[in-house]
Design a protein around this ligand. Structure first.
Ligand SMILES: Nc1ncnc2c1ncn2[C@@H]1O[C@H](COP(=O)(O)OP(=O)(O)OP(=O)(O)O)[C@@H](O)[C@H]1O
Length: 235
């Protein structure tokens, strides 16, 4: 049985008296791919922030890589976030006056663990090896997204969280970016949690969660196991 790398239980977030997350519970296996869907305003980005330790829930518990995040100080949560989670933000969030390579290297710098060979590997696999010296303003949306993916994976995180990673891309580039994200997820053995409106993404994921009004209203497992061979009962 694969162990869970992320376990949220009864997560609640309230803003201005309104429940934005209303008792969300979920468990993500260490190599699972999970798609979180839901209409605008359902609470997807809020869930992304909570699962990514960017925002503390008002109540409920969250275990990340076996550690109870609710019991940690702000500083400890930041350290846990840096060491276990890679983020791909909807708007890339690349720093304009750093090159692509410098942007992707940031998590390694923050952790004090430079690993230029791994960055080379990431840039190669993502097809952006030639773009390392360029600044974000000179990159296309798809190229920026690839740099953002390289940055998310720079520290070999256990969990990658991606908020609408294909939202700003044309369909062909979106497909290419998704392929890369899945390819990297499989080879780096991370859990991949993607938030997206796009219903076409669903078949690619092991699990699909549907959020509505801050609640998890559906949880589907996509069983792609090959059909079982007839059991020994006939032999
Ligand atoms: N800082 C805030 N203060 C008050 N309400 C907020 C705040 N941030 C988000 N909300 C509200 O919380 C609800 C959920 O927002 P959230 O961004 O998590 O939804 P979402 O599912 O990601 O939406 P979208 O798909 O449009 O990005 C929305 O009704 C939003 O208006």
């Amino acid at each position: 049985m694969t162990e869970s790398v992320l376990v949220g239980s009864d997560l609640v977030v309230t803003r201005s008296g309104e429940q934005i997350l209303d008792g969300v519970s979920l468990s993500v296996a260490s190599n699972a791919t999970v798609l979180v869907q839901g209409p605008s305003g359902a609470g997807k980005t809020t869930l992304f922030n909570v699962l990514g330790l960017l925002e503390a829930p008002e109540s409920g518990t969250l275990h990340v890589d076996g550690r109870d995040a609710s019991a940690l100080s702000e500083r400890e949560r930041a350290a846990l976030r840096r060491s276990t989670i890679g983020f791909v933000f909807q708007d890339f969030q690349l720093i304009g006056d750093l090159t692509a390579r410098e942007n992707a290297a940031l998590p390694q710098e923050h952790a004090g663990e430079p690993d230029p060979e791994w960055l080379d590997t990431l840039f190669d696999r993502l097809g952006i090896a030639a773009l390392g010296g360029q600044y974000p303003a000179t990159l296309s949306g798809g190229e920026k997204q690839r740099v953002a993916i390289a940055r998310a994976l720079a520290n070999r995180p256990e969990i990658v969280l991606a908020d609408e990673p294909t939202g700003q891309l044309d369909p062909a580039t979106a497909d290419a970016v998704l392929d890369l994200l899945f390819g990297m997820q499989a080879s780096a053995e991370t859990a991949l949690i993607v938030i997206s409106h796009d219903p076409q993404l669903a078949p690619h994921f092991d699990e699909r969660l549907q959020l509505a009004d801050g609640r998890l209203v559906e949880h589907e497992h996509n069983d792609e196991q090959p059909p079982q061979t007839p059991s020994s009962e006939t032999s």
